[in-house]
Write a protein that binds this ligand. Sequence first.
Ligand code: FEO
Ligand code: CA
Ligand code: CA
Ligand code: CA
Length: 606
Amino acid sequence: GSGGTGTAAAGGWTPVAPNVRDNLTVPDGFRSRTVMAWGDKVYADAPAFDPHAQTPESAARQFGYNSDYVGVLPINDAQALLVNNHEYTNEELMFPAGVYSPDEIKKIAIQSHGLSVVKLQRVGGPTSGEWRAADPDNRYNRRITGTTPFDLTGPAAGDARLRTTADPSGRRVLGTFNNCSGGTTPWGTVLAGEENFNQYFGASGAKDPRYATSYARYGITGTGDRGWKDVDPRFDLTAEPHEPFRFGWIVEVDPFDPTSTPRKHTMLGRFKHEGANIQIAPNGHAVAYMGDDERGDYLYKFVSADTFDPRDTQAAKLRNLQLLTRGTLYVARLTGDDPRALDAAGSFTPADGVFDGTGEWIPLTSDTTSYVEGWSVADVLIDTRLAADKVAPTRMDRPEDVQPNPVNGRIYASLTNNSKRGSTFAVDEANPLAASYVRDAIGAPLTKESGNRNGYVIELTEAGGDHAGTRFAWTLLLVCGDPESAETWFSGFPKDQVSPISCPDNLAFDSRGNLWIATDGNVLGSNDGLFRCPVDGPSRGRVEQFLTVPLGAETCGPLVTHDDRSVWVAVQHPGEATGSTFDSPASTWPHTHDFPRPGVVVTWKA
Ligand code: FEO
Ligand code: CA
Ligand code: CA
Ligand code: CA
């Protein structure tokens, strides 16, 4: 690592203990700052944040709600660009009672979704890990919202199912929603996944029977309670049956070109995309690893037809910007190496003591040839879940981030939890737990629940180190939970030396190849947090908690800068919990009385 010993990546700090504070908590010796929070100015002319004076116009010029993926792209040693997803809105936490009409709330919420690009300024010299937002009067700052135009690319662009009254071309979509996680590409762009897009659609009457199977597979029920159809008829399935086909994609934003039109890449398939992370294979092809976050859904990868051009030229960038428009989309099937044997609780017990095996990437379609019999290329890309169902992939426990380790080349995926494993979904060696242990509160007894409640982190090793290939080996790196629970597994690291961890979600790596794991939905009675976990050498599996987020929040984003000096997280939905007040003088998390503000935090060694 380039960061030396004075970094979080180097370890040596005392882990943060489980807690239920209304504050961010970092280890002794570290500092933190909220760099941007909901309502902060993205444009210089934006009004100051006032929860009592929100308008759609002001929201479109201020930092959005519920920060998720964090990308930090260097401009030079002292400046960088922050790219942040605003996944969704918590109206119950955003608006004072009696001030806004229901339609005003919907219009403000639409503008509070999307992404922000914010220029950053390092504070101190080049070895400082401290950053702040630069003056918003700069050429990069940008909001992308629920009404920003996007271009569709790839083989399904223009398909009849993507055409609407407002867009007869089927190639231009307004807005992006539920941008969850993402990734920063080697060519200087940011990818973001459109995840739970189904919730934005209602139905004023009948739904088009042609799409009943597709709608059902994606949870598009028309009963979304946001009521957006009342302010924009495109969210009414009865009026616009094709609008939901224009969401559920991977989007790509070029933050260095503030006038660029962001794009949605149909070649990477349509599902509840958590995010996408790029690895350049040894043969130069770009490989995108992706998860579909639903109970029992799949791991995917895309391999580009063209090769990455590493030159730092405009011509190379233009070439690289086309990499995600042509290639082959695959889905994963995992096979265990042990015979099926179950314990008294119904969990899989491996004869060799380890949850591991081999797998294959099953091709679904290229940009010219579908591999699913009877399905066109566009069919596979638009109804990717239904196409994948035909080839018997492995039904996983909610795949979240799927991320390549830049040091060892292996791939790591969070499988956050699945309460229905062992009931609706049969156990297998890769999804072994039919029961697991949770706590109601810190110090409360562990209690047994059905299913996989605390989640796993799985490690994939592509055969021959070829990310463009079709064979891999896999092993569960972590079976998460309280280390006092017998079912947990930390790759053999002594359990009395690890932090409890529950519900892994977003992942990152530092320059040493250590895995950083953010959690969402901790069921061990304490706040969510961020954890460091070496994956090679004698400390493999040594999970240590680096920070905790305020009560009720989930931890998103995480990012360790390339110099290891700054650890970034997003704090999503602070206050979304009984007992979180933020009115206590002890709480320093940004809030205006009843309105705690989601945002993006940097931490650094003091
Ligand atoms: Fe938005 Fe899968 O978390
Ligand atoms: Ca095994
Ligand atoms: Ca997530
Ligand atoms: Ca989540």
